[in-house]
Write a protein that binds this ligand. Structure first.
Ligand SMILES: CC(C)(COP(=O)(O)OP(=O)(O)OC[C@H]1O[C@@H](n2cnc3c(N)ncnc32)[C@H](O)[C@@H]1OP(=O)(O)O)[C@@H](O)C(=O)NCCC(=O)NCCS
Length: 210
């Protein structure tokens, strides 16, 4: 199913017509999954705060995509930081929610690495119960298309530890071509530096079909 989008009232940073590279709060509808901008108001839902705490404790997330949400207070601060990213148009951070009942599934973030140059990076995590259903692939494809279409991204990158095969597969399935291996490029949740695979998509690259 193709994704549909609905933009909220433009953030302050997006009101400058010259700034075509501000991310503007938008909900992306994947049918069974909604990608909704993270924000402070999510903190009113205790289940969301608890979901973030649970996510931080998951071994795979703690290893490959550590979240600073060890308790509810940290989760609230984390949500405020996501809101700030949207306010500045600097990062687009989405909660993936089950459309049926609002259950938290995961998170997807597109952020500028070099906004003036149109270079962005995407990252993602899913709670264990949400894995293995192509949610990561579908959501990453949708956020990628949205970033190219609405924020004038020129190039979007995915970097993942060489040992993170699931993330490698998501990148491949989303049309992010492999570009090589970065040596000891990032310190992950185990405190060790790991080599990473760099993948990227250019705005002019074709949409993945299969
Ligand atoms: C990465 C992550 C989001 C992928 O979630 P997912 O639900 O497996 O994603 P999808 O269902 O879209 O599957 C993607 C592909 O990876 C494959 N895959 C899943 N786990 C795998 C594994 N351990 N080894 C190899 N391939 C794997 C799936 O079979 C699927 O391939 P297919 O489309 O050819 O069938 C999830 O594993 C996760 O949250 N990991 C912890 C956080 C993390 O690693 N974030 C990324 C940091 S770069």
């Amino acid at each position: 199913m193709s994704a549909s989008t609905s933009a909220a009232a433009p953030a302050a940073a997006a009101q400058d017509p010259a700034d075509r590279r501000a991310f503007v709060r938008t909900t992306i509808d994947l049918g069974d999954v909604l990608l909704r901008p993270w924000g402070r108001e999510a903190a009113e839902q205790e289940a969301v705060l608890d979901g973030l705490v649970t996510a931080a404790a998951d071994p795979l997330i703690a290893l490959w995509n550590p979240l600073a949400t060890a308790d509810r207070s940290d989760a609230l601060a984390w949500l405020e930081a996501r809101d700030g990213g949207w306010d500045r148009g600097a990062s687009a951070s989405f909660a993936a929610l089950a459309a049926a009942d609002g259950t938290l599934l995961g998170g997807f973030t597109l952020r500028w690495v070099d906004r003036a140059d149109g270079l962005a990076m995407i990252g993602y995590w899913l709670l264990p119960a949400a894995r293995g259903r192509s949610v990561a692939t579908r959501a990453t494809r949708a956020v990628t298309s949205w970033g190219f279409r609405t924020a004038d991204a020129r190039r979007i990158e995915i970097a993942h530890a060489v040992g993170n095969e699931a993330s490698c597969r998501v990148a491949d399935r989303c049309g992010y071509l492999p570009e090589g291996t970065l040596r000891d490029s990032h310190r992950f949740g185990d405190g060790e530096y790991h080599d990473e695979h760099l993948h990227a998509r250019l705005a002019a690259d074709p949409e993945p079909t299969a």
